[in-house]
Structures are given as C-alpha cells and as structure tokens.
Design a protein around this ligand. Structure first.
Ligand code: SAM
Length: 177
C-alpha cells in the first residue's frame, strides 16, 4: 500500500495520479491520498483499473495520514518512507523483503514533516539526489519484487498488451472474472 502525502489539488494532480498508476502497475495493493479529497485523481485511477484490471486496487482520498501510519504499525505492518536522506535502498531492501510484513510505502510531495522520519521503520533513499516520488516508488517496488512485477497482467483485465517488436497489439478479452 502507498501513502501519498502533501497532495495539492490542481498542482499535484498529474503526479499523484502517476504515483497511483505506478503503485497499481508495479504490484502495490492501493493508494491512500492524505488529507485532501480529489475526485479527479480517484476517478482516473478507477478507470484504469476497470479497463486494465486490478479492480480490487484500493483508492482512498482524504485520509488522516498520521492515524493511517499508526494503525498500519499497530496491525503489525511495516512503514517505509522514501526519502533521499535515508539509508541506501540496496543496504535495506533484502531486510525489508525478508520481514514478510505488509508494507506501507510513504512518499511526499513538498516538504515531509519530521514525524514521518521518526514513525517510519525504514527511511529509504533511492540514491541521495533529489528526484521524484514517481521514480522513487517505481524503483523501490522494482527492487522489492525483483523485476517480476513488470510482467504482470491482471486476471480481471478487459484488455492487455501482447508484446510485439513494432506497432501495437492489444488483446480484448471476451470475459473477465
Ligand atoms: N524537498 C522535499 C523533502 O525534503 O522532503 C522532497 C520533495 S520530492 C519532489 C517528493 C518526494 O519524492 C519525497 O518526499 C520522496 O518521497 C521522493 N523522493 C525524491 N527523491 C528521492 C530519493 N532520492 N530517494 C527516495 N525518495 C525520493
């Protein structure tokens, strides 16, 4: 599950949608958008799930982020905050995977309040240069799942891509579960 902090309506709409798209495509169970309600982001993500599958992908907005993190920890889950100030991903990823716990991945937009650095079980840096929450999440999930997620086709997909060397080949399914 991914917790998106600091979403600003209008300004972050596209980036937050992309955080959700990466979460879905790369195998996370859902996205929770902190504090703000943004029906347009929620709708875009639901539409993609409807067509490309993973209708059980959780999309919630307006959640209280501190309560969300506390509840996640209380129920035995692990909290991973992605930040360039953390420890290097390659030094932590095996330990995180081996925990076998449900992982909440926290990503920011603008400045992330200090409390999240303290509440997180791991502050993970995807390199120590400032870049993007979309890139950081993609690389984190890719390392976590060892690249297997890139071959995902969801069983309830209405359409999916058949790889081909040139052009586009899309398979339309007659029936989905
Ligand atoms: N200046 C902000 C701060 O100090 O918290 C960071 C803003 S950055 C555009 C938005 C988010 O991208 C961060 O909160 C973090 O989750 C993620 N991010 C950016 N660079 C990262 C890196 N090198 N490693 C891990 N996460 C990163």
């Amino acid at each position: 599950m991914v917790l998106r902090l600091g979403h600003r309506v209008q300004r972050d709409r596209r980036v937050t949608t992309h955080v959700g798209l990466v979460a879905r495509a790369f195998g996370a169970t859902g996205i929770a958008i902190a504090d703000t309600k943004d029906e347009s982001v929620v709708e875009s993500l639901r539409r993609v799930c409807e067509t490309w599958g993973r209708r059980d992908f959780v999309v919630v907005d307006g959640v209280d982020p501190l309560e969300y993190v506390r509840k996640w920890r209380e129920s035995g889950g692990l909290v991973v905050h992605l930040t360039m100030y953390g420890l290097h991903i390659d030094d932590l990823i095996d330990e995180i995977r081996a925990s076998g716990k449900d992982i909440l991945v926290v990503v920011g937009a603008a400045k992330v309040p200090r409390v999240y650095y303290e509440l997180a079980d791991y502050n993970v840096a995807v390199g120590h240069q400032p870049h993007s929450e979309v890139a950081a999440l993609a690389i984190f999930l890719d390392r976590l799942y060892g690249g297997k997620e890139l071959r995902l086709i969801y069983p309830d997909a209405k359409i999916y891509v058949e790889p081909c060397p040139r052009g586009k080949r899309v398979v339309v399914r007659e029936r989905q579960p």
